[in-house]
Design a protein around this ligand. Structure first.
Ligand SMILES: NC(=O)c1ccc[n+]([C@@H]2O[C@H](COP(=O)([O-])OP(=O)(O)OC[C@H]3O[C@@H](n4cnc5c(N)ncnc54)[C@H](OP(=O)(O)O)[C@@H]3O)[C@@H](O)[C@H]2O)c1
Length: 290
């Protein structure tokens, strides 16, 4: 038996689908059934259910209606993104339960000086010392600091998830709904493929540690927009901000990191994801909006 925390969320439900698809039994306690900020509550619950084969943490708070909301709800953000993984590390670690944590690529900004993607060896300086880093990025970084290097822990860095369903959390849906777009280069993650990585990496027993779980390569906002137009999914003409300054001039808007990540470590472990352009094209073909 497997345990999935945060199964009701956008990312958690994709992982739940993958577990179901693989015919694996799992328990998914809700937020209300189990207080994951309490070491005692989690310990008692584990005594009741027995030792799971592994656990996955997809709990978190990314802000409502968007990341700007994490600047307002600082406690909620810290609790979900940092306290919960901290408690999981204490309890699951002491019970000897292997587990994986959904982190984020937003702790980086840009790319390496030579234009290549950041590897897992590169310190996420952006989230630590750049004053532009928002509260969300800082809470995700703090969680990584609490749990990275612990035995039995996998960290997957997800980045801008997209999929074929119309969902307000889906990057493709978001792009189609924004009035104007910001031209940036990013590594991004196909959600179903990410969920598959999460489950496969625990099942196949890849080494503990941190993994950039993005589709290999990177993509510009305008390339995604052009692909949406080409597939006939979106017929509107996209309008763009003149630059970051104009984008940030709107009140309450927090700086958005954009970054290129190197995902070759995951590939070397045999659980890599398909190339970003191929994956986007396949996702658009599957899209139920076509
Ligand atoms: N979506 C993205 O763009 C993105 C990108 C990179 C990384 N991530 C990471 O992926 C993870 C999941 O994000 P998501 O987009 O799936 O968010 P989501 O749709 O808001 O889901 C969050 C999940 O966490 C649960 N939760 C929230 N606060 C909790 C708490 N204090 N205790 C226990 N459960 C709590 C929610 O339960 P309820 O439904 O009961 O509230 C829900 O199941 C987060 O760690 C996030 O940082 C997301």
């Amino acid at each position: 038996m497997i345990v999935l925390f945060g199964a009701s969320g956008y990312v958690g439900s994709a992982i739940a689908d993958r577990l179901r698809g693989d015919g694996l039994d799992f328990l998914a306690p809700s937020h209300r059934e189990l207080d994951l900020t309490s070491r005692e509550a989690l310990t008692d619950w584990l005594v009741r259910i027995g030792k799971p084969e592994f656990a996955i943490n997809a709990v978190g708070f990314t802000g409502r209606p968007n990341i700007d909301g994490t600047e307002v709800e600082k406690w909620h953000t810290l609790r979900a993104n940092t306290v919960v993984p901290g408690v999981l590390a204490e309890v699951l670690g002491s019970e000897g339960i292997r587990w994986g944590h959904v982190s984020s690529g937003c702790i980086y900004n840009g790319c390496r000086p030579d234009g290549s993607g950041f590897t897992e060896e590169d310190e996420p300086e952006f989230a630590i010392s750049d004053p532009r880093a928002g509260w969300y990025a800082r809470t995700k970084w703090m969680a990584e600091k609490l749990i990275s290097g612990l035995p039995g822990v996998l960290i997957w860095r997800l980045r801008i998830p997209f999929d074929a369903c119309d969902n307000e959390r889906n990057y493709l849906t978001k792009l189609m709904r924004y009035d104007r777009l910001l031209e940036v280069r990013n590594s991004i993650s196909q959600l179903r493929e990410f969920a598959s990585v999460a489950v496969r990496s625990l099942r196949t027993g890849i080494p503990d540690g941190t993994y950039n779980a993005t589709n290999p390569g990177s993509i510009l906002t305008s390339e995604v927009a052009a692909a949406l137009e080409k597939r006939g999914i979106c017929r509107r003409r996209f309008d763009y901000f003149r630059g970051e300054q104009e984008f940030l001039s709107y009140p309450g808007r927090v700086f958005r990191a954009s970054c290129v990540l190197d995902s070759s470590k995951l590939e070397r472990c045999g659980v890599g994801m398909p190339d970003v352009h191929d994956s986007l094209d396949r996702t658009l073909r599957e899209s139920n909006r076509a």
